[in-house]
Ligand binder design. Structure first.
Ligand code: OVP
Length: 398
């Protein structure tokens, strides 16, 4: 007897429209309620928005491949906008080898050595805003702190660093369709990509830092010289905008739920869990795609081979089937298990440094600030993949 076939729900939703990106949550609920997998005809893609299916697909790399790209573009059918990443956009065995190299460089013990230096800079950045009392959480904090610590940790030269955030903005827009957001962010693409590419070569990198350590792995024969350059590019693509958005979304969360700042002040050991709760509720990376390697049955629906599946990480992170009061910011909840960093073999390799940055900046704020509130309306920044802000007017009290 054939397995039971269920009807595939079809929804007229554009996850890359202004309306969706401005307020995705009602659309997430609509997709979750329609079924475990839905069809989005606008892009001819399958979509998963419930926690269980998002989590299971992320963990099943053999069925849900990354090698055809982490975005809408199917590399089996269309040209990628750049050479594919050899870690994000790769499956085993290539991924196993490249991931091994970055695991060794970005492991917890290695990252811990950066803490003292990060703390000094966090105290400086926080001192500046405490002096002012009112400030823009994006331009004066969320963009400032990662830009002061991360490029030095990689070993980049000082000039040209203004290209880093535009490059990330391009790369994360490029996971979506060639819409107006994509076009706008690619206006200075030649300049930006030229600078980024140049910084990926061995001789552009300082002898200390993650970049030099990646090239040391090439000297050890673990990767080729060209692969080393591509892994440096991955750090420059994935390492900055993500942490800027993470810190921004932490500030937004505490300004939105000021009682939670009091909870954290009373028990700073909650910082790590608080950051997970930020990533759960205000996931900087909202979506990633996979591509099916075979006909796969999902709850009585067949997704045929070589089809794109969009995984709504941010929707899984607010699925009421998984989370109690999913839309509440509660830093004491057990947020571990959220899919904001992904899950399975591709789970965020940089999360130790993301966690260090967030911990250090929140700690510096906790020491000086007893209350955070909005000082005007936040202005959203739309991106095909990332959720965050252009501006976040804040007021803090010593
Ligand atoms: C969030 C990520 C994002 C964008 C690019 C890359 C990785 C890369 O490897 O280039 S992970």
């Amino acid at each position: 007897m054939a397995v039971q076939q269920n009807k595939l729900p079809e929804l007229d939703i554009d996850p890359f429209s202004t309306e969706f990106l401005t307020d995705p949550y009602p659309f997430h609920a609509q997709m979750r309620d329609a079924g475990p997998v839905v069809w989005l005809p606008k892009y001819e893609i399958y979509a998963m928005a419930r926690f269980d299916e998002v989590d299971a697909s992320l963990r099943d790399w053999e069925t849900y491949s990354s090698a055809a790209g982490g975005g809408l573009t199917n590399f089996n059918k269309e040209e990628p906008w750049r050479k594919p990443s050899i870690i994000l956009e790769a499956d085993p065995p290539l991924h196993t080898r490249t991931r091994g190299v970055l695991n060794k460089i970005l492991n917890r013990a290695a990252i811990e050595k950066l803490r003292a230096g990060f703390e000094t800079i966090a105290d400086e950045v926080v001192e500046q805003i405490v002096q002012k009392g009112t400030f823009d959480g994006i331009k004066e904090l969320a963009e400032v702190f990662p830009l002061r610590v991360f490029p030095d940790a990689v070993g980049l030269r000082k000039d040209g660093r203004e290209n880093l955030l535009p490059y990330g903005n391009m790369a994360f827009n490029a996971f979506g369709p060639r819409n107006a957001l994509f076009e706008e962010s690619f206006k200075k693409a030649n300049e930006v990509m030229g600078w980024i590419l140049a910084q990926c070569s061995r001789d552009a990198l300082s002898p200390e830092g993650f970049g030099a350590q990646i090239y040391a792995a090439a000297d050890d024969g673990d990767i080729s010289e060209e692969e080393a350059g591509l892994l440096v590019r991955s750090l420059l693509t994935a390492g900055l905008d993500t942490t800027v958005y993470g810190i921004a979304n932490a500030l937004f969360s505490f300004a939105s739920f000021p009682d939670q700042w009091q909870v954290l002040r009373n028990d700073p050991k909650l910082i790590r869990g608080a950051f997970d709760e930020v990533i759960r509720l205000q996931s900087p990376v909202q979506t990633f795609f996979r591509t099916t390697t075979r006909d796969v049955d999902v709850d009585g629906i067949t997704i045929p081979k070589n089809n794109k599946v969009i995984l709504f990480l941010a929707s899984g992170n607010r699925d009421p089937r998984k989370w109690e009061n999913p839309d509440e910011f509660d830093i004491q909840r057990r947020a571990v298990g959220h899919v904001g960093f992904g899950a399975g073999i591709h789970i965020c390799v940089g999360q130790m440094i993301a966690r260090l940055e967030s911990e250090v900046i929140l700690n510096a704020l906790l020491k000086r600030v007893r209350h955070i509130e909005f000082n005007g309306s936040p202005e959203r920044k739309l991106n095909n993949t990332l959720r965050g802000f252009n501006s976040l007017p804040l007021k803090i009290f010593e």
